[in-house]
Design a protein. Structure first.
Length: 129
């Protein structure tokens, strides 16, 4: 497993265990029946070291689809508030999670014809490997 995929699993597991989301986070696609989806964005190497390890900023996009506007927004707010408020982050086997900051606050990005709302947010996470 690469550090990036281990980190994505780590952040999703952390959110599912601690944020009372009422749903698992999908890594495949945003469920049509409603739910939460996460994916890694394009990362940036911030501080390379002589041994080729580096601190990297990895954006994590969370999408939510929910028929209840308040619940959909609340799910992403819980994730952002929890992750940004952590003082010590869970560690992986191949990656160290250093920080998380909200780059894009949770917001409504659309609505389907059947009345289901879409929401998104982005967390910029610093990881080291």
């Amino acid at each position: 497993m690469t550090p990036q995929t281990e980190f994505l699993d780590l952040i999703c597991d952390t959110a599912e265990r601690n944020c009372d989301l009422g749903a698992e986070i999908s890594l495949k696609e945003l469920p049509a029946e409603g739910g939460i989806y996460a994916e890694l964005g394009e990362g940036i190497g911030d501080s390379p070291y002589y041994d080729k390890s580096a601190v990297r900023t990895m954006p994590v996009l969370f999408l939510c689809r929910d028929a209840d506007q308040r619940r959909g927004m609340d799910r992403l707010c819980r994730i952002c508030n929890y992750m940004q408020g952590l003082r010590q982050y869970p560690q992986g086997r191949t990656v160290s999670w250093l920080d998380a900051r909200v780059a894009k606050e949770p917001n409504k990005i659309g609505r389907d014809e059947d009345g289901v709302y879409h929401f998104s947010c982005i967390l910029n996470c610093q990881i080291y490997f």
